[in-house]
Write a protein that binds this ligand. Structure first.
Ligand code: HEC
Ligand code: HEC
Ligand code: HEC
Ligand code: HEC
Length: 128
């Protein structure tokens, strides 16, 4: 009897272990499209599509997820880019986003692949 109980316990332990490993190695999936809005922000949220940027336009993950050990399993930008203060040289979130998003869009538009560069093209009023 004791032996059986111990065996069941051991089996459960092995399954729990396997489940944990597979959860850790599973890739996080970003929402599609995602809606980006900084806490306390006054403008409408910005819609961002990974499909547009990584499948339609073949941009490497690391181009945006630039400081992650594994850019395929990134931390949110605000982990390092705080809303109000510069930390470890990392510009505040609004500047980091604007520099990343708008610089590339300007370069891309100049080369003929049009991408939004005006305020209300990104900070779009929600319909309805
Ligand atoms: C290419 C897209 C893009 C364009 C163009 C753009 N922004 Fe942003 N902006 C963002 C993103 C992304 C954020 C971070 C998410 C958020 O809170 O909106 C942001 C954040 C902000 C914030 C801080 C959050 C808030 O709502 O108060 C302000 C202010 C802002 N933008 C103003 C502007 C102004 C003014 C312009 C035009 C001169 C502009 N943005 C153009 C993408 C853009
Ligand atoms: C053009 C810029 C850009 C590219 C390229 C990009 N991402 Fe992202 N990704 C973002 C932004 C912006 C966010 C929102 C981050 C935030 O919440 O602060 C994000 C969020 C994510 C998240 C959710 C993170 C979380 O925990 O909230 C995952 C997962 C992710 N991206 C994976 C990827 C992978 C995998 C690739 C490459 C195939 C990729 N991204 C390419 C800009 C990009
Ligand atoms: C793990 C921390 C970390 C994460 C996550 C992170 N950054 Fe940064 N970022 C930094 C640091 C630190 C700097 C300061 C400059 C440097 O060391 O390159 C920086 C600088 C920048 C710059 C300025 C680069 C320049 O040439 O002036 C931009 C733009 C930027 N980050 C955008 C982003 C965006 C967009 C995201 C999310 C998709 C993001 N970062 C996620 C740490 C991070
Ligand atoms: C390295 C280049 C690059 C970066 C960085 C980048 N984009 Fe783009 N983005 C593009 C290109 C190229 C297009 C045009 C794609 C097409 O042909 O439709 C685009 C299109 C878009 C569009 C319009 C199409 C759609 O999917 O709705 C939005 C909105 C947008 N980007 C938001 C953002 C935001 C927000 C960021 C920053 C978090 C960002 N992008 C960063 C290159 C970039």
């Amino acid at each position: 009897m004791r032996k059986t109980v111990f065996f069941i316990f051991l089996t459960a332990l092995v399954f729990a272990f396997i489940a944990t490993i597979s959860m850790v190695s599973a890739q996080k999936k970003p929402a599609e499209p995602m809606s980006i809005k900084l806490e306390g922000g006054k403008l409408p949220a910005v819609s961002f599509s990974h499909i547009t940027h990584t499948e339609k336009t073949k941009i490497d993950c690391v181009k945006c997820h630039h400081k992650d050990k594994d850019p395929k399993n990134p931390e949110p930008c605000i982990q390092c880019h705080l809303i109000k203060e510069v930390k470890d040289n990392a510009p505040i979130a609004k500047e980091a986003y604007h520099k990343n998003c708008i610089e590339c869009h300007k370069e891309s538009s100049a080369k003929g692949q049009v991408a939004p560069t005006k305020c209300n093209e990104c900070h779009k009023k929600q319909q309805g």
